[in-house]
Design a protein around this ligand. Structure first.
Ligand SMILES: C[C@@](CO)(OP(=O)(O)O)[C@H](O)COP(=O)(O)OP(=O)(O)OC[C@H]1O[C@@H](n2ccc(N)nc2=O)[C@H](O)[C@@H]1O
Ligand SMILES: Nc1ncnc2c1ncn2[C@@H]1O[C@H](COP(=O)(O)OP(=O)(O)O)[C@@H](O)[C@H]1O
Length: 289
């Protein structure tokens, strides 16, 4: 069967408030996700031999542990097939999004496999069902399964309300450190929870780039674990006083939104001197599809 190619975009968290902790240890949160045009690429060819394989840039993650592979298996396990019928897929992953960067690359890979194979295997599961399957793989997967460019999320990130946000250019810096999410949440626990937001969703788009109201509660914990991330945050903040600088997810990526041409120039100058093992780049939040 013919091979199909799909883009799996990254996301940023405009803010990330940790509101409590569930009995199973997972933290509840409030966040706004938005997709950005930094993408991995997945090429998928379906087969009827019952074999699922994943090749490409696996970066030391075993095939069977990779979220793209696990998504294909989870979907196939949910399919009710007529006797003698078997579903297979050859998946190839070209990775561009740094791993463990707070950009949700693995979750996006999983979501892309779920929606693509649902279509290619002719399974016809509803998007809500795919989101439920996705949640078993990671808290950010339902957002990527949805077709929302931006969404306000509660729960652990799975209760989604789409919101309209303008297309913006953001400057991202990833200092090439891997911050384990579990360690960040565990370090966070000595800081207090943030009460649920007291603003209506219709106000959110206008309030959003306001760093007084919204924060990323995981920043303090990540900065302790990975001083390089704190350093990036401080340098970017100092370079653009009154500008908007925030860490995405559990880190290590920090993003900045220039408020005017002068700040844009400052960030662009930064790009010119980006250390060779870091990633410094402009991205857009404009809708990709
Ligand atoms: C923090 C966020 C914000 O978008 O994104 P990333 O930084 O991963 O992009 C997500 O909530 C990341 O959710 P998810 O992708 O499920 O996290 P995982 O890496 O699977 O979680 C690893 C571990 O972190 C802890 N964890 C994670 C999520 C959560 N809401 N509460 C937690 O306490 C748990 O100990 C969990 O076992
Ligand atoms: N396809 C994948 N892409 C990225 N990471 C993956 C993938 N499959 C499994 N992982 C594991 O999930 C972890 C978190 O992945 P990722 O989504 O890139 O980061 P984050 O959760 O910080 O946004 C990685 O460190 C890696 O061990």
């Amino acid at each position: 069967m013919a091979a199909h190619t799909y883009l799996a975009p990254a996301k940023i968290n405009w803010f990330l408030h940790i509101t409590g902790r569930r009995a199973d240890g997972y933290h509840t949160l409030e966040t706004v996700f938005q997709r950005i045009d930094w993408c991995d690429e997945l090429t998928i060819q379906t087969t009827d031999d019952g074999v699922i394989t994943l090749t490409g840039d696996l970066s030391g993650v075993a095939m069977t542990a990779n979220l793209a592979y696990r998504a294909a298996v989870a979907l196939r396990d949910r399919a009710e097939l007529p006797k003698g019928h078997s579903l297979g897929a050859r998946i190839h992953l070209a990775k561009n999004i740094p791993m463990g960067a707070g950009l949700g690359g693995g979750s996006s890979n999983a979501a892309t496999v779920l929606t693509a194979l649902n279509d290619l295997w002719g399974l016809d599961f509803a998007n809500q069902t795919l989101q439920k399957i996705g949640l078993t793989l990671g808290a950010d997967v339902p957002f990527f399964v949805s077709d929302f460019n931006a969404a306000f999320a509660t729960g652990v990130g799975e209760v989604l309300t789409p919101i309209d946000l303008p297309a913006r250019e953001l400057f991202l810096v990833n200092p090439n450190v891997h911050v384990p999410t579990a360690q960040v949440f565990s370090g966070f626990r000595r800081f207090g929870f943030t009460p649920s937001l007291d603003v209506s969703l219709s106000e959110l788009p206008d309030l959003l780039p306001n760093h007084q109201v919204f924060s990323n509660d995981l920043e303090k914990s990540t900065f302790e674990i990975a001083p390089a991330v704190a350093h990036v945050y401080e340098v970017l903040s100092a370079a653009m006083p009154d500008g908007f600088v925030r860490m995405s997810g559990s880190g290590a990526t920090v993003f900045a939104m220039p408020m005017d041409g002068a700040q844009r120039q400052v960030l662009d100058d930064w790009r010119q001197v980006c250390p060779p093992d870091w990633q410094c780049r402009w991205v857009s939040t404009a809708s990709l599809f």
